[in-house]
Design a protein around this ligand. Structure first.
Ligand SMILES: Nc1ncnc2c1ncn2[C@@H]1O[C@H](COP(=O)(O)OP(=O)(O)OP(=O)(O)O)[C@@H](O)[C@H]1O
Ligand SMILES: CC(=O)C(=O)O
Ligand SMILES: [K+]
Ligand SMILES: [Mg+2]
Length: 580
């Protein structure tokens, strides 16, 4: 048993006295101190025009009368999957890594979507490369209906087609084999019927800057050709590396071991992409993932456009899938609301052996800059056809979890595969297993050393969250509660990857849906007021009323709220409450 005394924290004296910790370092009893002696109020007032209050409290939550609970004028929206998880496994057993499923013909019925939601899908991804807008609209509406009628909380992401050069026709509905030494014509001209050994590309400028002798690579190495003649904009090529053309196979050109002629000056967002974005906004999607982002300009452009367009904040994710994007990684991450490591196309542009380290680097920069990151493509590729994954695939999933990615994504496994739900359960089990291991080792590498915030309030929020995460681990509390309008405090806590789950209470539906992508955050909807103490007791009472606490659960409560009273005032606190 240990006695906690006179800890000190940032801009405040800690008012904890003689609290007792049990052998697991959990607070089980504490001396009470009501509102407490808040400290340093007004310290920064003159200089920054607002007041800062900070406090750390430890207290025991007594039980309230039922009548009092019923009079709480708040409705707490908890999604059925998190609630089920919590009841079954307790706070600490809740899964931290978020799961994204690509929706395709194999899983677009209401029944299949419901099974994926029950299986832990946090975000549904719609790839605008495929299918019609009517099809996508139907899926989005089904998901929203499920959320409303059955209490799920599944966010929706659209993924733009982007401008990339690929095959639109290779003369067969599925794959075509290219034999060694065979001669093929690559053209952008439309032709009727199918012509043997003729491949149509989707962009007429596909051969600009390409010279005789250049190498044409299909899908990053599925097949290879040498350009032997240029006829206008058409290319005659000889197969030097036999292999397969899949539908929509990607074309890339290489000279002296280097990629040439990528993107051809095409804009990141095509006219079709803008129409898809317009569609997504009108359907109220939560995320737009931008394909083939090469620098931060298109991200900023889209974000500016969205801010004028709708009050609801749609988050913009940049997909890292080109060589250029790696060269401008930090500026792209900084400009966007999150990142997808799109390993499919990335693997076409960089040697495959570089993918694991590049993935780790992207995840680390995202954590440093506090942006959620999804690891995507081929995680369980063999499950498109088979009911169990390869050992190597499970190792790949576990590695992404060990690297602390916020989310993992299924592509063909759920969109067209026979075993989408099984694939989802493999992601669920593998990530839970690795997270438990991470907790046991307490191997959290702290990101404290990198300071994000520039203004004083931002720096205070950041430090509060860093300290709170460290305290939560050291005290062994069961959950962290945070009250957040735009999700910033919740994400600052998540950035630290603390052991307990972060239960984020927010009044904003868009914040709730955005937080679905963040590691370890369980976003709940709740009416919040300016009175922080009232918010805290209301949330605790409502969780208790729902029977979601176990006796003796200890919760670390973090708040950072700017009141809208006549004198704007920021109030920050970290409190520990033990549930009686
Ligand atoms: N809405 C859909 N309709 C039909 N098929 C789909 C749909 N969505 C996905 N698929 C199929 O699932 C496979 C994998 O899907 P996914 O969207 O992840 O492709 P991708 O090529 O990795 O993504 P991107 O085009 O963004 O690089 C696709 O090749 C496609 O055959
Ligand atoms: C997901 C995606 O776009 C890719 O892996 O290329
Ligand atoms: K796409
Ligand atoms: Mg891609």
């Amino acid at each position: 048993m240990a006695i906690v005394r006179d800890l000190s924290l940032m801009c405040g004296r800690i008012i904890t006295k003689n609290s007792c910790l049990d052998s697991k370092n959990r607070v089980f009893g504490a001396s009470l101190f009501g509102g407490g002696s808040r400290c340093d109020e007004g310290k920064f007032k003159g200089k920054f025009g607002f007041g800062v209050r900070a406090a750390v409290q430890v207290g025991v939550e007594g039980s309230k009368g039922l009548r009092e609970l019923k009079s709480l004028n708040g409705v707490l929206e908890v999604d059925v999957v998190s609630e089920g998880d919590l009841r079954e496994k307790g706070f600490l057993g809740m899964r931290k890594t978020k799961l994204v499923c690509t929706i395709g013909p194999a899983c677009c019925s209401l029944e299949e979507l419901e099974k994926l939601a029950l299986g832990g899908m946090n975000v549904a991804r719609l790839n605008m490369c495929h299918n019609t807008r009517e099809w996508h609209r139907d899926v989005i509406r089904k998901i929203k209906r499920l959320n409303e009628a059955k209490g799920f909380c599944v966010s929706v992401m659209i993924d733009t087609e982007g401008t990339q050069v690929h095959v639109v026709d290779h003369g067969a509905p599925s794959s075509v084999k290219a034999e060694d030494g065979s001669i093929w014509l690559f053209t952008a001209q439309k032709f009727d019927g199918s012509r043997p050994f003729t491949v149509r590309a989707n962009y007429e400028g596909f051969s600009e800057g390409i010279e005789v002798g250049d190498e044409l690579v299909i899908d990053g190495g599925m097949a290879g050709f040498e350009v032997i003649e240029k006829i206008g904009s058409d290319l005659r090529c000889k197969c030097t590396d036999p292999g397969l053309f899949l539908p929509r196979a990607k074309l890339s050109f290489w000279r002296d071991g280097k990629l040439v002629g990528r993107n051809y000056g095409l804009p990141t967002l095509s006219t079709k992409d803008w129409a898809d974005i317009e569609f997504g906004v009108s359907e109220g999607v939560d995320f737009i993932a931008m394909s083939f982002v090469n620098d931060s300009d298109p991200v900023r452009h889209l974000k500016n456009y969205l801010s004028t367009k709708s009050s609801k904040s749609t988050r913009v994710l940049a997909k890292i899938e080109s060589l250029e994007s790696l060269q401008k990684l930090e500026e792209i991450i900084e400009a966007s609301d999150g990142i997808m490591v799109a390993r499919g196309d990335l693997g076409v542009e960089i040697p495959l052996e570089q993918i694991p380290t590049v993935q780790e680097e992207i995840i680390n920069v995202c954590r440093k800059l506090n942006k959620p990151v999804i690891v995507a493509s081929q995680l369980l590729e063999s499950m498109v056809e088979y009911p169990i994954p390869t050992r190597a695939e499970v190792a790949d999933v576990s590695e992404a979890v060990r690297q602390y990615a916020d989310a993992l994504m299924l592509s063909g496994e759920s969109a067209i595969g026979l075993y989408g739900q099984k694939a989802l359960s493999v992601l669920r089990m593998s990530s839970s297993r690795m997270e438990t291991r991470g907790r046991e080792d307490n191997q959290q590498s702290l990101v404290h050393s990198y300071q994000l915030g520039a203004s004083l309030p931002d720096r205070i929020a950041e430090q509060i969250c860093n300290c709170a995460a460290e305290m939560a681990n050291k005290l062994g509390v069961d959950a962290i509660f945070v009250y957040t309008k735009h999700g910033h405090m919740a994400s600052l806590l998540s950035r630290n990857r603390p052991n307990p789950p972060i239960i984020a209470f927010t009044t904003e539906d868009s914040t709730r849906m955005a937080l679905n992508l963040q590691w370890g955050v369980i976003p709940l909807l709740l009416d919040l007021s300016d009175d922080m103490e009232a918010n805290i007791s209301k949330s605790i009472d409502l969780i208790k009323l729902r029977g979601m606490f176990r006796e003796g659960d200890a919760v670390l409560v973090v708040s950072d709220v700017t009141s809208t009273h006549a004198t704007p005032m920021a109030f920050q606190s970290i409190q520990v409450k033990t549930i009686a």
